[in-house]
Design a protein around this ligand. Structure first.
Ligand code: GLC
Length: 746
């Protein structure tokens, strides 16, 4: 914090009478610091440290400053270059600053520094990571970006986006982990756990119901509380269970009338009371709306402010405490949560500092994630992998000659080697549009030296079609740029559907490669031979796409979202808030409740273009020996998977569950899954346990999960709609309190 700002803050505190007459001046001697004893528990260390702190020191660690210069505001020179935010430390007591960085794809550069960005490794997008259905790999990805954050001098990483894809047009779907709470929570939780392995503070965000960007600062999400607990909130709960992430970011939007960052039910009741969350709640940047209400409702730290007078905490919080509107104990709890987290995560014992980064090793991690996150959607006549017969290959569109697309906004990571396609609008916030310099075209030419690989930019469908007509195979790359602060069309932009149709008419062996932020309509799917969803594939993503197309990698991705046939299949065909005047409050009524995505389609007997969980392989797998038994109180499902094809590959067997009497919001829910790699001809028996919450309904009035006694069906399949095997069994009545420790409760 600039010394003038600190002086302003301090003067205001003193004036409010909240500060002690004189902050304890260091006596010049090295006063003992018992809290630095790492043998003590985080709780004991926090207690010792709090006792040594002055009121203004406690307040100072609860206000975070914006990371970029703005009119009338200069970033404190202590803040890290190009970072998201900065909370001053207390040198007198050995409390380091909190250096905050975005986000889920890696160490981001804030928009104000876009012309001179940090160059860091980019993970594939959140949806690509979720498409791996591989928590161990998601954790490796998180560990890699956590290491880059640490080596960049950053100790709080604002990753872990886990809002459900309720709205396929949400501009930030690329930062999230899909439409199902079990998959999203498992994957985002694994990622956050990986981040924290670097001894920095991880996070899950945006809590909660931040499921669209249109009107994000003002929209009021209306949802039945029990339904929220069984959908969006369950995703957060599982993510926190899997990660024990130290921080939660409360969202911009309202939930049932109260802003998320001053929502007593979300913060105090659900997160801190029911889920026993020991960490701290930070606001999204500028998402704090009050002093007393926010502090008493459970917000612990306000972030992203530019001027001292803008803060709701700081002097205004000091005055509220002095007036008795906020208990002193609450201030000690707020500061204590931050400090406990800093101790628990190693931020104090392992101070961050600038260090070299092994970019080659980190690129390998990004490639591994992309290699398992790319989804083979269709492969008619095994046109893929590209075979020796494909002598003449046409590559069309998507800037495939230059690079691969990435998502925009605060999560934007800038690649080593610079933007491969500079100047694509918008070049300012939430742009610029950044292509990572990894060309699928160049990689295909390397992988297929015996083939002639031509390129057409795709601007003119007729020209593209004539190249396709003269080729054995035509590969059309299509892109959809998505970014924070705005939603997107559900259809591919810039006439790309027409481009695909024109090329498919010219060559039956047309393959479509999608680089999209989220699910897009695919009206041409019946008329192409193959399709691959590569999402935003991250560093070296172009190489990985080529490795999948040429068969060096056997794709194993599975869709974390459904692909609707049209917007008419959605709970809300029209995006709420479209055309609403800026700052005009409006509601989004999530009347579908917990029936999100595939659950909605099944409940309404709608057939999407492609289902949740779908994905093909260059080999094949067969299932057998499905059994479902009660092991104690837990539902245990076992089955055998055999690789019946000619090459090694990984499969994602999925277990869905549902009550025979249909009393849930949908006929079935994903209950468990696994990812297994098998050599040709090899079989393996898998046993999974179904989380009891996924067999229950939550009743907000009772604050508990209740599993109704009766007959339940257990399906085994390859997607939410491809369920070749099933069995059934009776389950007993069972009640579990909200936030029970489900690991032991199994
Ligand atoms: C942004 C985003 C949030 C990000 C923060 C800091 O507005 O909503 O995801 O972490 O501000 O950049």
């Amino acid at each position: 914090m600039k010394s003038v700002a600190l002086a302003t803050l301090l003067a205001a505190l003193l004036a409010s009478g909240a500060a002690s007459a004189q902050p304890q001046q260091s006596t010049g001697t090295t006063a003992p610091r018992p809290w630095m004893n790492a043998k003590l528990s985080p709780e004991v260390r926090t207690k010792l440290l709090l006792a040594a702190m002055t009121q203004e020191e406690k307040l100072s660690i609860l206000s975070g400053w914006f990371g970029s210069d703005l009119p009338g505001y200069k970033v404190d020179p202590l803040a890290r270059y190009a970072s998201a935010g900065f909370v001053p430390g207390v040198p007198r007591l050995g409390i380091p600053p909190q250096w905050q960085t975005d986000a889920g794809a890696g160490v981001a550069t804030q928009n104000a520094f876009r012309d001179k960005p940090l160059e860091r490794t980019t993970l594939p997008s959140g949806l690509a990571i979720a498409s791996t259905w591989n928590p161990a790999l998601a954790e490796q990805g998180g560990a890699m970006i956590g290491a880059e954050a640490r080596a960049s001098g950053l100790n709080v990483m604002l990753a872990g986006g886990v809002d459900l894809v309720r709205e396929p047009r949400n501009g930030r779907n690329f930062e999230y982990a899909g439409e199902d709470p079990l998959l999203a929570g498992t994957i985002a939780g694994a990622g956050a756990r990986g981040v924290e392995s670097a001894h920095i503070i991880g996070q899950v965000k945006h809590y909660a119901m931040n499921d669209q960007e249109t009107g994000r600062n003002i929209v009021n999400a209306v949802i039945d509380r029990s339904a929220a607990r069984m959908s969006d909130l369950l995703g957060f709960e599982i993510a926190l269970e899997k990660s024990h992430a130290g921080s939660v970011m409360c969202a911009y939007n309202k939930v049932d009338g109260d802003f998320s960052c001053e929502n007593d039910w979300l913060l105090n009741t659900v997160l801190k009371r029911d889920w026993h969350f020991p960490g701290y709640v930070m606001s999204d940047w500028g998402a704090t709306h009050s002093t007393v209400k926010a502090a008493n409702a459970g917000e612990d730290q306000e972030t992203g402010y530019k001027r001292a007078e803008d803060f709701y905490f700081g002097p205004k919080l000091a005055a509220a405490i002095a007036a008795g509107d906020v208990p002193q104990a609450r201030l000690d709890d707020m500061a204590g949560r931050v400090l406990r987290t800093m101790f628990a995560k190693g931020v104090i014992d392992f101070p961050v500092g600038l260090a070299p980064i092994d970019f080659a090793a980190h690129a390998e991690v990004a490639r591994k994630v992309a290699g398992e996150g790319i989804v083979l959607l269709k492969n008619r006549g095994d046109v893929l992998p590209l075979s020796a017969h494909a002598r003449r290959i046409a590559v069309i569109g998507g800037h495939a000659d230059a690079g691969v697309l990435s998502g925009g906004g605060s999560a934007q990571v800038y690649p080593r080697g610079g933007n491969a396609v500079p100047g694509v609008e918008p070049t300012s916030w939430p742009g610029p549009v950044v292509y990572l310099p990894s060309s699928p075209l160049k990689a295909l030419r390397r992988n297929l030296p015996g083939a002639t690989v031509g390129f057409d930019g795709g601007q003119d469908p007729a020209a593209a079609a004539s190249l396709a007509a003269a080729s054995d195979v035509a590969i059309v790359f299509v892109t959809q740029w998505a970014a924070e602060s705005r939603d997107v069309s559900i259809s591919l932009p810039d006439g790309q559907d027409a481009l695909i149709e024109a090329v498919a008419r010219a060559n039956p062996n047309t393959i479509v490669v999608l680089e999209t932020g989220g699910p897009v309509l695919m009206p041409w799917l019946d008329r192409v031979a193959a399709a691959v969803e590569a999402w935003y594939p991250g560093t070296d993503g172009g190489d990985v796409i080529a490795d999948v197309l040429s068969g060096r990698i056997n794709p194993s991705g599975r869709m974390p979202v459904s692909i609707p046939r049209s917007v008419d299949q959605l709970p809300r065909p029209k995006l709420d808030g479209e055309g609403v005047q800026e700052h005009t409050p409006f509601d989004v009524v999530y009347s579908e409740g917990a029936a999100v995505g595939y659950r909605w389609y099944a409940a309404h007997k709608l057939e999407p273009t492609l289902p949740f969980g779908h994905g093909l392989s260059y080999t094949s797998f067969a299932y057998s020996n499905l059994r479902a038994v009660l092991a104690g109180q837990a539902l245990q499902v076992s089955f055998t998977v055999r690789n019946t094809g000619k090459r090694a590959g990984a499969d994602v067997p999925q277990v869905y569950v549902g009550p025979a009497d249909g009393h849930w919001e949908a006929p079935r829910r994903l209950g468990a899954f696994d990812k297994i790699t098998l050599a040709p001809g090899v079989a393996r028996t898998v046993t999974v346990t179904v989380d009891p919450r996924l067999l229950s309904m939550f009743d907000e009035s009772k604050g508990a999960w209740s599993q109704r006694a009766g007959a339940y069906t257990v399906w085994l399949g390859r997607s939410a709609r491809d369920l070749p095997m099933s069995t059934s069994l009776r389950l007993p009545e069972r009640t579990l309190p909200a936030g029970a420790d489900f690991t032991s409760a199994r």
